[in-house]
Design a protein around this ligand. Structure first.
Ligand SMILES: [Zn+2]
Length: 265
């Protein structure tokens, strides 16, 4: 499923990609929709059929071989490129040795996150954030990991997805939160600058972004649906937020089922 910012600050646009099919999900709001898993799963990297999906869309050989499936992607501070053990050094140079942004977001309350500069604002939409503010720019993914680790002393780095889907999220003053955190963590940031260079960690002076989602009605009780348990998932489509489809029967995180072949009805 692809999500893009809405035009002129409107709700995000969701497109379901299933094989050759491109389905405008916003247009299906309020209508009945059923997605049925055929039983087939194809690796999103090599296309090979796999009985089980690893790391949200890969076959087991790709999961073990690709740098993008290594644990250092989730925990960038454990980057081991300089030890000469990167699984794919060229991939690492193209993806990890690129400017990264450290941001604050409000998905189910205040959280810190990191992303490649080119992934803004998609990353925020994927998380169902209603507000976001880039606060620092760094030269590499590893550096962003060290900064995030520092911020985790004060702020969550996870989203409570049930609260996010219920829409019970109060707006925050992200600029005030940024100023408070940068002041409180100044000593830690200075240590990182000593290590990586005086301008390795650059403050950003950007305006907060507000994000909106196409939701007719948020669920009051969140029931999680799963193709592995129930191949046919559907009902009346009530909303789209983060990587979730919200039906009147329950919600499904489509990111988890990347590579699953589905038929749409
Ligand atoms: Zn594969």
């Amino acid at each position: 499923m692809a999500v893009e910012p809405g035009d002129g600050g409107g709700p995000a646009r969701y497109t379901l990609r299933a094989g050759e099919l491109r389905l405008d999900l916003n247009a299906r709001l309020g209508q009945r929709l059923t997605l049925t898993h055929t039983g087939a799963i194809a690796c999103t990297h090599c296309g090979r059929a796999t009985r089980k999906s690893f790391a949200q869309g890969y076959c087991y050989p790709c999961f073990k071989r690709l740098a993008q499936c290594d644990t250092c992607i989730v925990k960038p501070e454990t980057c081991h490129y300089f030890a000469g053990t990167c699984r794919e050094p060229e991939w690492g140079e193209r993806h990890c040795f690129r400017p990264h942004v450290v941001y604050l977001a409000n998905s189910s309350g205040l959280k810190v996150g990191i992303t490649r500069k080119t992934q803004v604002p998609t990353r925020w939409l994927d998380q169902g954030a209603i507000q976001a503010l880039p606060i620092l720019e760094v030269d590499t993914r590893q550096q962003s990991g060290f900064v995030e680790t520092l911020f985790k002393r004060e702020v969550a780095d996870r989203t409570n997805w049930r609260a996010m889907l219920k829409g019970e999220v109060a707006p925050l003053d992200l600029v005030a939160e940024r100023d408070r955190l940068l002041e409180g963590l100044a000593a830690g940031l200075d240590e990182l600058r000593e290590r990586f260079g005086a301008d390795a960690i650059r403050p950003l002076d950007e305006a907060p972004v507000t994000l909106d989602y196409p939701v007719l009605e948020s669920p009051t009780k969140v029931v999680s649906l799963n193709f592995d348990k129930t191949p046919a998932v559907g009902g009346t489509l009530m909303g789209l937020k983060g990587q979730y489809l919200m039906f009147d029967t329950g919600v499904i995180n489509l990111r988890k089922f990347t590579g699953y072949e589905v038929s749409v009805g």
